[in-house]
Unconditional design. Structure first.
Length: 166
């Protein structure tokens, strides 16, 4: 009887482990292929360091693992194999995705806000703070003390000085 019970327990444990491990295969992805040509890979990495991932926005395409970055790297490899220059590849990406794909966008009328926007916002904030503080200073009124209150304050100060032996 214990032998049958032991077999049932083993089957239940095996089934539980199978159900717990099977969802892991859904998360598995295909391995990133190793470059066929190391020179192409080296050039592609040099290009993608200066390009922004539009999904992550704070990572370069070289560092990002987003599907978008994988697609861009694949596209860059294809263009390198087609003997395109680095300038042509970057221009293709700018034409397709705009200047935002560049970490250092060129200075032109469409990117002037990217270059000077933070400085302008800082100046607006600083100006607002100065105006606010000046208005607040004008609203503060000096409270005049009565002669009785002045005498009481002076007595407290003198008492404090005598206690310290000054």
């Amino acid at each position: 009887m214990t032998c049958q019970f032991g077999n049932v327990v083993k089957i239940i444990i095996f089934t539980l482990v199978l159900f717990l491990v099977s969802p892991l295969s859904v998360w598995a992805k295909e391995a990133i292929p190793v470059a066929e040509d190391p020179e192409i890979e080296k050039r592609m990495l040099a290009l993608t360091v200066d390009l922004r991932c539009l999904v992550c926005q704070n990572e370069s395409i070289a560092d990002s693992r987003a599907e978008f970055s994988n697609d861009i790297r694949r596209e860059i490899r294809e263009q390198i194999k087609a003997n395109k220059t680095d300038k042509e590849i970057v221009q293709f990406l700018v034409d397709r995705y705009g200047d935002f794909v560049l970490y250092n966008p060129p200075m032109k009328p469409t990117t002037i806000l990217l270059w000077f926007g933070p400085v302008i916002l800082f100046m607006i904030g600083l100006g607002s703070l100065v105006v606010y503080l000046r208005r607040r200073r004008l609203q503060i009124e000096d409270v005049a003390l009565s002669p009785e209150q002045l005498n009481e304050a002076e007595a407290l100060l003198n008492e404090n000085k005598k206690g310290k032996g000054v």
